[in-house]
Design a protein. Structure first.
Length: 313
């Protein structure tokens, strides 16, 4: 991906290439000024099923790191323009709350260097020459651990859908994608109607059960490319990539119709629940994430004003 080899100068020029990130495929970024090492590791990782971006320069690497947000970093300790440890420190300073497992590789298996690497946030240190089989299993372990970490940090415990933190990430990712390839998407905000009454009538535990069932209902009603988030309390959001607002409205109206037929039972009493929703289509990638949410929220407010159990845009 994105490599063109210029053997006469013996360096690798990275072209600006489209890297389409697949949800389930881990992306590994390798930074090493030694081209033959880059090729060796890249080939081995790709054969093992990972996506790889390879860089020879620290500056270019930093740029691509922020752009593509890899799942694992492999950094050579000795880079010409900047030490690998310095690069690691710079990247970590910019993504303090993100956990991106980082493996330092080095031709020098030096105790001081290892300690310095770990102190600066490295998770692993592999001296060259690299045993490829061991390298792959170590990368794989780091990726598995990161997945577990990300999952527990991004899922809302009660409803088992994505949380607000992940919404921010997803919105930014979609906006970046929109910038790159001009695609559009629709954001929907859903809010349960008169939810306070359910709590007041049947208690908070019953209210929690409604929230969990609503979230699962949403998850089961949308396409696999769409994502449900719990934004807070009894408010949920859905991101519909490559979907116009009219289409999202149709989908939500169908879900509303089906969900309002669901029967909830608490102490021999049966009740049903509805929601209101506001949708907003983003086809201008310059719009900031918070004003997208604000505009969708205004549509939701309109749906509430017009009598609830409806979808507005
Ligand atoms: P509206 O139709 O205008 O949205 O009315 P509403 O009653 O749904 O809205 P309101 O914002 O007045 O009340 C929301 C309620 O949701 C209040 C709050 O106690 C409850 N709530 C928020 N989070 C949770 C939760 O995790 N569990 C339970 N059981 N209730 C929650
Ligand atoms: Mg080097
Ligand atoms: Mg609310
Ligand atoms: Mg409500």
């Amino acid at each position: 991906i994105g490599l063109s080899y210029e053997y006469e100068h013996f360096h690798v020029a990275e072209e600006k290439t489209e890297i389409v990130r697949k949800e389930d495929e881990a992306l590994i970024q390798i930074i090493d000024d030694d081209v033959s090492m880059l090729i060796l590791l890249k080939d081995a990782l790709e054969e093992a099923g990972f996506m790889v971006i390879a860089n020879t320069e620290a500056e270019k690497a930093a740029e691509q790191y922020f752009d593509l947000r890899p799942d694992c970093l492999v950094i050579d300790v000795h880079l010409p323009s900047k030490s690998g440890v310095q690069l690691l420190r710079d990247l970590q300073n910019h993504t303090r709350k993100k956990f991106i497992p980082t493996i330092m590789i080095s031709s020098q298996n030096d105790r001081e260097l290892r300690i310095k690497s770990y102190k600066n946030g490295a998770d692993d240190f592999i001296p060259k020459p690299i045993d490829l089989e061991e390298f792959i299993v170590r990368v794989d372990r780091h990726i598995q651990r990161k997945k577990l970490f990300d999952h527990s940090n991004l899922i809302d415990e009660l409803t088992q859908v994505y949380n607000r933190r992940f919404l921010k990430d997803s919105l930014e990712r979609l906006l970046n994608e929109a910038k790159r390839s001009g695609i559009y998407f629709t954001l929907a905000i859903l809010d349960l109607d008169h939810f306070k009454r359910i709590n007041d009538t049947y208690g908070h535990i019953a209210g929690d059960r409604v929230l969990a069932r609503f979230a699962q209902f949403l998850k089961n009603s949308i396409r696999s490319s769409d994502t449900v988030f719990r934004y807070g309390g009894e408010e949920f959001m859905i991101l519909f990539p490559r979907t116009r607002d009219s289409e999202a409205k149709d989908i939500l109206s169908r879900i509303l119709k089906e969900f309002s037929l669901e029967k909830f039972k608490e102490n021999d009493e049966s009740f049903s629940v509805t929601f209101s929703a506001g949708v907003y289509m983003v086809d201008d990638s310059e719009i900031p994430a918070n004003s997208i949410i604000k505009t969708a929220d205004q549509a939701l407010y309109e749906a509430k004003e017009k009598g609830r159990a409806r979808v507005e845009s």
